[in-house]
Ligand binder design. Sequence first.
Ligand SMILES: [Cu+2]
Length: 432
Amino acid sequence: MINRRQLLLGSAAGLVSARLGSQSASAQASTSQATQAPAAAATNDLPYTPVVTPNGRTLPYRMRDGVKEFHLIAEEVDHEFAEGTRIKAWGYNGTTPGPTLEAVEGDRVRIYVTNRLQEPTTVHWHGLILPFGMDGVAGLTQRAIPPGESWVYEFTLNQHGTHMYHPHSDEMLQMAMGMMGMFIIHPRQQDSSHRIDRDFALLLHNWAIHPGTYRPDPSVMTDFDLWTINSKVFPAIAPLLAQTGERVRVRIGNLSMMNHPMHMHGVQFDVTGSDGGRWPQAQWRKEVTEIIGVGQTRDLEFTAIAGDWPLHCHMSHHTMNAMGHELPVTTGVNQGELERQIRQMIPGYMAMGEHGMSEHQAHIDAGHMRGPENTLPMMGGQGAFGPMEMGGMFTLIKVRDQLDGNNDPGWFEPPQGTQAYRVNSVPEDVPV
Ligand SMILES: [Cu+2]
């Protein structure tokens, strides 16, 4: 089997080129369509602003005798990280992550769980205060749900905040396969002084999809291939849309194997809450980067400013797609003679990385280079001014004075006089 360590995909040492003709990696070249629910608060009479789960959805419920009834189906799902990489994952109701559950503090919920996997599972309601027997830990609080059976969890929501759900049964494998989701509980008493106009739910995860394979490898502990937001990688992660001046909350949960310092451009956000609910305002703090620890959630709030602002993990390898890690450094190395010799053995071999790594995306965009089957290029995304050279846990907060519904507004045009520009020479009296 090809191991990412042996693979030169995206490496400084280069790739054997494949002439693809017109079949370029254009799929990586554009940002995906935004998939936003309507600016909710304005269009409904709910006592809260419903959460938008980019690339996902909120699970509908029905009321029965005063209880909100939901149905989660644990099952294998066909999943696409971005055009060009499809896998067999596990999730709920046809997707990974599963649909977002959304309710209000004080609600009684009854959650049916059907197991369509070939092995037992449970659902653990991560961070919820509930009766011991509802905690969903296989062997400890219940017998695991056998394949083919449906079980019920029922409890009252005694709290509010940003929570998650995931299996607590063959947990390492089932989570590595993608089984997880968000559970948002709105406070019964809304904070009228900080009304939220847009509320987003993002769940961070990591995947070991070795190049050329179609199943996550659950044995990997640190060296993952893909870093995802709602199980998608840039540029397939739907941008977060908002209008200038709106109060935006981004709720971020982390069920991956690493902490992620999530960084936002353009604003200083307030960290206003977590699994512990909405914090008293005296505890809020201004940040531009907030570490979302494994098993934690954080709520980040800000007032939107016009632009296309990145929101991304600041571990720079987490904003890349699959790549090799154990490779010689070739930056600054003249590989001309080496390239000539290797070409005699491998026609079309291309030495790369002599001046840096950005030439990789140029070759991929031009269709000169192709990685292994079912494997995304290390970096992608085409902006208004050229390649963005990003992947993984990277998306955009697109803010406009006026949005056209939920349509992606395209690229932000900097107003005249507010963009970096080229000069012919630098004045000599500027010290260096
Ligand atoms: Cu990260």
